[in-house]
Write a protein that binds this ligand. Structure first.
Ligand SMILES: O=C(O)CCC(=O)C(=O)O
Ligand SMILES: [Fe+2]
Length: 199
């Protein structure tokens, strides 16, 4: 039987101007999504990083952890990586198989509830190189990724559901901003992992 939805775990392109997006509704994994979610929640040393805006320190509206082989500057923060865990290495193997990409770092984001968010940004730091492939894996509550074209302001909303993998590649970071808005509706906890290759 032909699986029309996810033929062989292959991401399906999402049409977008001036960029490349693809979506896999369920990344093939050795454990159920809720088991991965529970382990990530419990095992991760979640931190509330602070950002300085106009000389004033603010906590980020989410918790994060950074793992990998190389340090990385993100939103003006120098992040020293934690060492890979067995679970994160397994998830990386699954993401690399589905995306045909290579990743040496992963940023974990914990959105505790509907009040947590991520401001509009591009993942365009120089150490990601030109046209980076970013693989974003989601567990738990669905949150909507908002994309906005930098010049014509077109917007696209992509619901990031439990177990789903979103790939952003090509000129996406050059031409689009993306972020996760707060919601007025109560929402449960979500964990997101963005795999990157830091040069
Ligand atoms: O939570 C998400 O899906 C977005 C994460 C993201 O854009 C990032 O970590 O750079
Ligand atoms: Fe991002």
């Amino acid at each position: 039987m032909v699986d029309l939805f996810n033929s062989l775990g292959t991401p399906v392109p999402i049409p977008i101007e001036d960029g490349e997006l693809a979506w896999l509704a369920q990344l093939p994994l050795a454990y159920p999504n809720d088991a991965v979610f529970a382990r990530l929640l419990a095992e991760t040393p979640w931190r509330a990083e602070t950002v300085v805006v106009f000389g004033k320190r603010h906590p980020q509206p989410r918790l994060t952890a950074w793992y990998g082989d190389a340090s990385y500057t993100y939103s003006g923060l120098r992040l020293e990586p934690l060492p890979w865990t067995p679970l994160l290495l397994e998830l990386r193997t699954a993401v690399e198989a589905a995306s045909k990409g290579r990743f040496n770092s992963v940023l974990l984001n914990l959105y505790r509830n509907e009040r947590d968010s991520m401001g509009m940004h591009s993942d365009d730091e120089p150490e990601l190189g030109p046209g980076p492939v970013i693989a974003s894996l989601s567990f738990g509550a669905t949150r909507t990724l908002m994309l906005r074209h930098k010049r014509n302001k077109d917007t696209l909303r992509v619901p990031l559901t439990d177990g789903g993998l979103l790939l952003m590649a090509g000129a996406t970071q050059e031409n689009w901003l993306h972020g996760i808005n707060k919601s007025t509706r109560p929402l449960g906890t979500r964990i997101n992992l963005t795999f990157r290759y830091v040069v």
